[in-house]
Design a protein around this ligand. Structure first.
Ligand code: F1P
Length: 346
């Protein structure tokens, strides 16, 4: 944790900010709320952080699109901590949101990938993700790295506040170490994901549904499909389906369910039943060894079991692969999708 919190800066990078959180952990522990700002995938990582910070550290969190926040007159107090998340570190909306929050006296933390970027330099503290350059325009490994850093922040804060036990603290860190191998294991399912992509290559719409920690993953899965394959896709909290999107379900509507074995499992199972009763075609991301859901749905993709709060790190991978294969099969340029810029600087 200490290394990651220090952002593993080399000595000659020291002036480039993001010197870790250690000097600010007490301030964070004493503050009443955290406001998280970001755009696109970074905003989704922020939503995961909301669940993490609330669950582990019992702190009030608000997650804002930087592109909206910057034009509002948000209530920001001096005690507030604002966490700005950005892969490129150059997104104009996120930079403007930082300047606005700073002008109201907030302390700004950054979670950025690019060392020395404008956003990193505009913050008081934070951590680099060190994910390496994103080759494509759409964020993929940046999401995983952002969520990892935010998980470490939440765990460190929870320990400082005493809201998790020593035992939970140790278990989470041990489990976090297993995540790279678990991600590798998801890649073993690539051939199966490719077959599913082939079947749905020409679908016109998709719905992605998840609950709890998997809700932001549903949003991210839908965004990846939109960005690189240009298929219209919507992500929703599964519990919200009955408030509108259920009207869209028929045999032409593929529905991707994040249905891993966690505290929402029973409820997700009944959401799947609701979709199947309306003839929706279901692709379910399930935990390895699940015997119930495979009998209910059209396609399953297994992911290894992990602690519930770490689920997004593994459950997002099959969704990224699904988008990738569909986009390739549609002949899209996955690295340079039309109309998208690597960093939106205006
Ligand atoms: C934010 C973002 C990306 C998206 C695309 C446009 O960028 O919305 O999530 O994939 O590249 O920009 P950043 O602030 O995380 O660099």
């Amino acid at each position: 944790i200490a290394d990651s919190m220090r952002g593993r800066l080399r000595a000659d990078d020291a002036h480039l900010q993001l010197g870790g959180l250690n000097d600010y952990l007490d301030k964070l522990a004493q503050s009443d709320r955290v406001v998280i700002v970001g755009c696109g995938t970074s905003w989704h990582a922020g939503l995961v952080a909301e669940y993490l910070f609330e669950e582990l550290a019992r702190i009030n969190v608000e997650v804002e699109y930087a592109s909206e926040f910057r034009y509002r007159n948000p209530v920001i107090k001096e005690n507030d901590i604002v966490i700005a998340i950005s892969q490129s570190g150059e997104t104009a909306d996120t930079l403007a949101a930082i300047e606005l929050a700073k002008s109201k006296g907030a302390t700004i933390f950054g979670v950025c990938n690019v060392v020395g970027s404008s956003i990193a330099r505009a913050t008081h503290a934070g951590a680099y993700t060190h994910a390496g350059p994103e080759i494509g325009v759409a964020s993929t490994k940046a999401f995983t790295a952002q969520v990892t850093v935010l998980t470490l922040m939440a765990i460190a804060l929870a320990k400082r506040k005493g809201t998790i036990s020593e035992e939970t603290y140790r278990q989470l860190l041990i489990e976090l170490e297993t995540i790279p191998a678990k991600v590798e294991k998801v890649f073993e399912n690539a051939a199966k994901i490719k077959e599913i992509a082939f079947i749905f290559t020409y679908a016109r719409n998709f719905i992605y549904l998840g609950r709890g920690f998997n809700f932001p993953v549903a949003l991210e899965g839908a965004l990846k499909l939109k960005e690189i394959s240009y298929i219209h896709a919507e992500g929703y909290p599964a519990a919200e389906m009955k408030h509108g999107p259920i009207a869209l379900i028929d045999e032409d509507m593929p529905v991707v369910f994040l249905a891993t074995k966690d505290s929402s499992y029973e409820k997700i199972v009944s959401n799947i039943q609701e979709v199947k009763a309306r003839k929706g075609r279901v692709i379910a991301i399930v935990t390895e060894g699940d015997t119930l859901i495979p009998g209910m749905v059209d396609f399953v993709i297994e992911v290894p079991d992990t602690h519930e709060i770490l689920t997004p790190l593994v459950s997002v991978i099959p969704l990224q692969l699904l988008s990738y294969y569909i986009a390739v099969m549609r002949g899209r340029n996955v690295d340079q999708p039309r109309n998208l810029a690597k960093s939106v600087t205006v």
